[in-house]
Design a binder for this molecule. Structure first.
Ligand code: GRF
Length: 208
């Protein structure tokens, strides 16, 4: 099986990108990160790309530039790099329809809540303020909605008395760093099939 060509999109810290990179570097994932795209020239996570000799491209949306055109520029990069899989690892822009349809079921996002609860921004704060006893993270394919696409994997964490947005976020983040690489591994091993809203995992015996 040929290695999948992966692009990671980041806007900030990049710890999920780092988790995927580590799994690639230990050959846990049958893939290669060929490109990092950011909308933020100051994204801290770019340092992991530089340290690992991975090409990075900063694509800032111009003033007045329609979303469609902004994402056309990003699509052209993905085409240039022959990308098979796009990982949204803390990318703070909602994708427009052209990129979603061009890469249908090939864009994966991580969200720090158990979807469909608490979509959108500040999911951990939403969970704490709502008073739920359990939250977690979700890895899903991206569709035209915000955090609405077919769910690949989910993992729960308890919400403890006295939790703040920060303490809950830290607990969830630990799970994210396991769950996202696991989903990427499944994708790269051709073990995911999407049937409508359902993502079938063809073999769970991967040891991950
Ligand atoms: C993570 O909590 C992720 O779930 C959300 O954005 C955050 C990104 O963190 N989508 P990092 O940049 O990967 O450290």
């Amino acid at each position: 099986m040929e290695k999948k060509r992966i692009a990671c999109c980041i806007s900030g810290r990049g710890s999920n990108f780092k988790a995927i990179l580590d799994a690639v570097n230990t050959n846990e994932i049958q893939g290669e990160i060929v490109l990092v795209v950011t909308d933020n020239p100051g994204a801290e996570g770019l340092s992991y790309a530089h340290e690992n000799g991975i090409r990075s491209e900063t694509v800032v949306r111009k003033k007045g530039e329609p979303r469609y055109e902004y994402f056309e520029r990003i699509i052209r990069l993905f085409e240039e790099y022959g990308v098979d899989l796009i990982c949204l690892a803390g990318f703070m822009k909602v994708l427009s329809g052209n990129i979603v349809s061009r890469y249908r079921n090939r864009i994966i996002n991580i969200h720090p809540a158990l979807l469909p609860s608490f979509p959108g921004e500040k999911a951990q704060r939403q969970a704490v303020e709502y008073g739920v006893k359990v939250s977690g993270c979700t890895v899903h394919f991206v569709d035209e909605g915000v955090d609405t696409g077919p769910i690949i994997l989910q993992e729960a964490v308890p919400v403890e008395d006295g939790d703040t947005e920060e303490t809950l976020a830290a607990r969830i983040l630990k799970k994210e760093h396991v769950l996202f690489p696991r989903a990427v591994k499944l994708f790269c091993s051709d073990m995911l099939t999407v049937e409508g809203r359902f993502v079938r995992v063809s073999d769970r015996g991967l040891g991950c």
